[in-house]
Design a protein around this ligand. Structure first.
Ligand code: GRF
Length: 321
């Protein structure tokens, strides 16, 4: 089985979401595993379950500690366990800005409302009082602003006549237990999701001057320049002519550079069928450790080699400053 993403879960209480994440991770094909369950409350019920399931645990009360010192100890435990992601599941602590920043894009939370509605506490009572037809839950990325990071997935739960905050909370939890494992699995496997990869490439390619997207033989292609004078500088190829992976095709300086790349790093570069003779290289995108800065640099270079002089001249001037 392919290597799985390593997850540390932080809890403060019952840990039922942690349990849902844990048992989902025991199903075949789950792309993540729990390597640590940590809590700011040594009495948190979830710790016992994690222990019984053979998962490493860490508990440290925050009482008498500064926020920074407590965060640092929790973070150290996650690192020690080799966690690649920290997943908050009922972790009732505000995180220091530095901690959130260091884990940007690698820390998730579940919040019991349909964000951006009802951030903070007492979400169910507030949703009922406002006459909402639905409550629900959201999985989102954690930033230093409370419950405000990008929403990754949501599930709505109807509010029934005579609903109380408690009855709604209980049903929302059932929904959370379905939502969180699925959202986490999707997130940690986005690196091999063609739609996500294409969206990343698209936003980098179309951020370059005078570019447009035009399909070419079933592949998404990116052009620079207008109308007939335009030229392709990149193609996004999902399983390009017998190649196994998902790839970006860009222009190198020519056949020599192409040959050197393919020889040095065959896991990352390949000679694409039909394009190779003119110096186009295939860059394998579905790699866990893909460096997007590198992809951005390749796109810029390829753009530059296809762009008309009037545009590259402008770039040259801009880059002098
Ligand atoms: C959940 O409702 C979650 O949305 C919120 O805290 C609760 C945690 O419950 N952030 P549990 O500890 O997972 O049972």
């Amino acid at each position: 089985m392919a290597e799985r993403a390593r997850i540390a879960v932080f809890i403060s209480g019952a840990g039922t979401n942690m349990a849902a994440l844990l048992y989902a991770s025991r199903m075949p094909e789950c792309p993540y595993e729990l390597v640590l369950v940590a809590s700011n409350d040594p009495a948190a019920a979830g710790l016992k379950l994690a222990e019984a399931e053979g998962i490493a645990t860490f508990a440290l009360s925050h009482k008498g500690m500064t926020r920074e010192a407590h965060d640092a100890a929790m973070e150290a435990a996650a690192k020690e366990a080799g966690a690649e992601y920290i997943v908050l599941a009922g972790y009732m602590r505000i995180l220091s800005a530095g901690f959130a920043a260091r884990w940007a894009g690698r820390m998730l939370n579940i919040h019991p409302s349909l964000l951006p509605k009802y951030k903070g506490l007492d979400t169910h009572a507030r949703a009922i009082a406002a006459g909402e037809s639905h409550g629900g839950a959201s999985v989102h990325l954690v930033t230093s602003e409370l419950d405000a990071g990008e929403v990754l997935a949501q599930i709505a739960v109807p509010i029934t006549p005579g609903e109380t905050a408690e009855s709604l909370a209980a049903r929302v939890k059932l929904a959370e237990h379905q939502l969180y494992p699925r959202a986490l699995a999707d997130y940690v496997s986005r690196w091999r999701n063609p739609a996500w990869l294409l969206a990343q490439v698209r936003s980098l390619a179309l951020a370059l001057p005078e570019t447009s997207e035009q399909e070419s033989f079933g592949a998404a292609g990116f052009r620079v320049g207008t109308g007939k004078a335009g030229k392709y500088f990149a193609y996004f190829a999902d399983r390009h002519h017998g190649h196994q992976g998902i790839a970006l095709l860009v222009k190198t300086s020519g056949p020599d550079e192409l040959a050197a790349l393919v020889e040095d790093r065959p896991e990352a570069y390949f000679r694409p069928a039909f394009y190779g003779a003119s110096g186009w290289v295939g860059i394998v995108l579905d790699r866990r450790d893909l460096d997007w800065q590198d992809i951005a640099a390749w796109l810029r270079r390829s753009w530059r080699s296809a762009a008309p002089k009037r545009l590259t001249r402008l770039m040259d001037v801009a880059e002098q400053f």
